[in-house]
Design a protein. Structure first.
Length: 336
C-alpha cells in the first residue's frame, strides 16, 4: 500500500523538477533574447546618438573659440557669428542671442532649398547649442576673475597672431566635428551650400564669398589689421576642419605601366605587403597591350616602390598621386 502511494508522489516530484528546469531554461532564453534585442537596438541607434554627441561637443568648441580668442582680439569670425560680434560691439546685446536670431531666416532658407528632416533637426541642435554655450560660458567659473579662461585671455592680450591661430584651430575642429556628424553649423554654411547646389558655385568659393563680406565689414569697425588676421584665421580653420573631417591619413596612389607586371607585383607583395591590382592597358601610339599596376601605399613606402620598379623595369612609366583617405584591408576599416 505504501509503495502504491509513493509512486505517484515520486512522479509528481519528477514533473515538478522538470517544470522548474523548463522554467529556468525559458527564463534564461528570455534574458538572452532581451539582451540581444537591446544590443540590436543600441547598434541601430548608436550612430545617430554619436552624431548628436559630436554636434554638442562641436558647439562647445566653437563657443570656446569665440569667447577665448575671437571676441577678446576683435576678430570677426565670419558669417552670422561675425555679424553678431559687430552688433554686440555697438549695442552690447548678447552674442548668443544674436546668433540664434540671425540663423532663423537662414534656417528657413535651408528648410526650403536643402530640405530634409535630418538637415533641419541637426542644424537646429547645432545652432541652438552654439548660441546657448556662447552666452552661458561667460557666466561660468571659467571666465571668473581668476578663472582659467580669464587668465588665458590676459596672457594672449595684444597678441592678435596667437589669438587668430588658436581660435582657428579650436573652431576648425568644431566645424569638422559638425560635418563629421553629417550636420551643418548654420549661418554662412547654409548659404554656401545653397549657392553650391543651385548656382554651381564651388563650396570653397561660396564660403569665401559669404564670409569675406562679413570680414570686410568688420574691417571698418575693428580695423584692417584685425580683418587681415580674421581672413587668415578663416583659411586655417577651413584646413583644420577638413583634416578633422577626413582625418590625417593622406596616402599615395601609384600607377605603373610596365612589361614586367608579374615581377614587380611579386616584390611589392613580399617587400611592402601591399595589394596590387593589374589592369589591362593599351598604348594609344604603339597599340601594344601593356599591363598597368595600381596600388595604394603610405608616404614612407614611396621610395621603396620607386626602387623596386627601377630595379625590375627601368623603362617603366610610373605616376604617383595623392589620396585623402584609404579604407579597407591594410588601412583604416571601412565604416561610417
Amino acid at each position: 500500500m505504501t509503495a502504491a502511494v509513493s509512486e505517484p508522489t515520486g512522479n509528481r516530484k519528477i514533473l515538478v523538477i522538470r517544470w522548474f528546469r523548463y522554467a529556468l531554461r525559458s527564463e534564461r532564453s528570455g534574458l538572452l533574447n532581451h539582451r540581444e534585442t537591446n544590443k540590436g537596438r543600441m547598434k541601430k541607434y548608436w550612430p545617430t546618438i554619436r552624431d548628436y554627441i559630436l554636434i554638442i561637443i562641436a558647439a562647445l568648441m566653437q563657443a570656446l573659440s569665440l569667447r577665448l580668442f575671437f571676441v577678446p582680439a576683435d576678430l570677426a569670425s565670419g558669417g552670422v557669428s561675425g555679424i553678431s560680434q559687430l552688433i554686440n560691439h555697438f549695442t552690447g546685446w548678447p552674442i548668443g542671442v544674436m546668433i540664434l536670431l540671425g540663423n532663423v531666416p537662414l534656417f528657413a532658407l535651408g528648410w526650403r532649398f536643402l530640405g530634409g528632416y535630418r538637415f533641419a533637426l541637426r542644424t537646429a541642435v547645432a545652432v541652438l547649442m552654439y548660441s546657448i554655450f556662447t552666452d552661458l560660458l561667460v557666466q561660468t567659473s571659467l571666465f571668473a576673475a581668476n578663472g582659467a579662461g580669464t587668465r588665458l585671455i590676459n596672457d594672449l592680450q595684444g597678441d592678435i597672431f596667437l589669438n587668430s591661430l588658436y581660435g582657428a584651430i579650436v573652431s576648425g575642429i568644431g566645424y569638422g566635428l559638425v560635418y563629421r556628424a553629417r550636420g551643418t553649423s548654420g549661418g554662412s554654411d547654409i548659404l554656401a551650400r545653397i549657392l553650391s547646389h543651385y548656382r554651381g558655385v564651388p563650396m570653397t568659393q561660396s564660403y569665401l564669398m559669404v564670409d569675406t563680406v562679413v570680414i570686410l565689414g568688420a574691417g571698418f569697425v575693428f580695423g584692417w589689421k584685425a580683418a587681415l588676421y580674421a581672413m587668415i584665421a578663416l583659411y586655417v580653420s577651413g584646413l583644420v576642419a577638413e583634416t578633422t573631417l577626413e582625418g590625417g591619413g593622406t596616402v599615395r596612389t601609384a600607377m605603373v605601366v610596365t612589361s614586367e607586371a608579374d615581377a614587380i607585383s611579386e616584390r611589392v607583395l613580399e617587400e611592402l605587403q601591399r595589394g596590387v591590382t593589374i589592369l589591362e592597358g593599351t598604348g594609344a601610339y604603339t597599340g601594344a597591350e601593356r599591363p598597368v599596376l595600381y596600388c595604394v601605399i603610405t608616404r614612407a613606402e614611396v621610395a621603396t616602390l620607386k626602387a623596386i620598379v627601377h630595379e625590375v623595369d627601368p623603362r617603366a612609366f610610373m605616376v604617383i598621386g595623392v589620396a585623402h583617405e584609404a579604407l579597407g584591408e591594410g588601412f583604416r576599416p571601412l565604416k561610417t
